[in-house]
Design a binder for this molecule. Structure first.
Ligand code: C2E
Ligand code: MG
Ligand code: MG
Ligand code: MG
Length: 283
């Protein structure tokens, strides 16, 4: 129910909307405390090559809130973006990830593990983004080629020229770039050849029905063929079944991530799991 006030102003009195607005305001207020109260955590989900060796891990953010419990990014990243809280949060993620890479250098079973970090649009758009990343790597003494930044198609395409310049700054240092959720965005392929990319990450939504839905089979085969021609690596996300894994393998996918292999886990658990793992165990 909307009531017209003086002039052209329209005021909303819908109670459910009112409730949603105040729930959101509480979320923002709580989220402001997340960093100062040390409530953010990184979880790690392993990435496997065709031989079943762990070659990398994706850092996935969690928010450990005293009342809300463990909150998944789907419930707060969008709000963090809109409120600009994503800037300090994203900076924390990068610094924490680089510290981890630095620490892993001392440990033989972890020293060659790559770390993929998700970067949000607002974070990437900061003029000093490349300098921030470089600083984090230097402070932590981390090897840059072990850091992969995951960007989305829409983020990159928002300002292609600026994106390319930023990516090149970091690429010359050795930092790698992946397109996350590949296939779900604008699907403008021309830009792919212009970006200093290392790999494409096939979106989970295409993996879900592999071998059962011919349209998804075609999309995935096309992405894999295209990546081969462009000499890009490909990682599939959300691999849950052996059937999906076999389809991907048969069509040239090189790297896998998903519940079939391992779920995201707290950092200490990942480190322990890697320690206990035989060097070349097949899943
Ligand atoms: P994403 O980058 O596409 O990450 C993959 C998501 O799929 C993760 O969800 C992961 O837990 C989930 N996943 C992995 N394997 C499977 C599987 O086999 N089956 C199913 N059903 N799901 C699987 P999560 O951790 O909830 O993260 C959701 C999204 O939040 C991420 O999607 C990413 O876009 C965003 N995100 C996570 N961490 C960060 C961060 O540090 N910064 C930013 N800006 N965004 C983040
Ligand atoms: Mg990702
Ligand atoms: Mg993804
Ligand atoms: Mg995804």
């Amino acid at each position: 129910e909307a009531k017209v006030q003086r002039g052209n102003t329209v005021r909303l009195f819908d109670p459910s909307m009112q409730a949603a607005v105040s729930a959101r305001a509480r979320l923002v207020a709580d989220l402001k405390e997340a960093l100062p109260q040390d409530q953010l955590r990184l979880y790690l989900q392993p990435q496997f090559n065709a031989e079943g060796q762990v070659v990398g891990a994706e850092a996935l953010l969690r928010w450990q809130h005293p009342g809300r419990g463990l909150v998944a990014p789907g419930q707060f990243i969008a709000v963090a973006e809109e409120s600009e809280l994503i800037v300090p949060i994203g900076r924390w993620v990068l610094a924490t990830a680089c510290e981890m890479l630095g620490r892993w250098q001392e440990q033989p079973h972890l020293r060659d593990v790559c770390l993929s970090v998700n970067v949000s649009a607002r974070q990437f758009r900061q003029p000093d983004f490349a300098a921030q990343v470089a600083q984090c790597l230097d402070d932590a003494g981390a090897r840059p080629h072990l850091l992969e930044l995951e960007l989305t198609e829409s983020l990159v395409l928002e300002n292609v020229v600026e994106s390319i310049a930023k990516m090149h700054q970091l690429r010359t240092r050795g930092v790698r770039f992946a397109v996350d959720d590949f296939g779900t965005g604008y699907s403008s392929l021309a830009y792919l050849t212009r970006l200093p990319l290392h790999r494409l990450k096939i979106d989970r939504s295409f993996v879900l029905h592999l071998g059962e839905r011919s349209s998804d089979d075609v999309v995935v085969q096309t992405i894999l063929g295209m990546a081969r021609n462009l000499e890009l690596d490909v990682i599939a996300e959300g691999v849950e079944t052996q059937q999906q894994r076999d389809f991907l393998g048969a069509h040239g996918c090189s790297t896998y991530q998903g519940y079939l292999f391992a779920r995201p886990m707290p950092v200490e658990q990942f480190e322990e799991w890697m320690r206990a793992r035989p060097a070349a165990a097949a899943p």
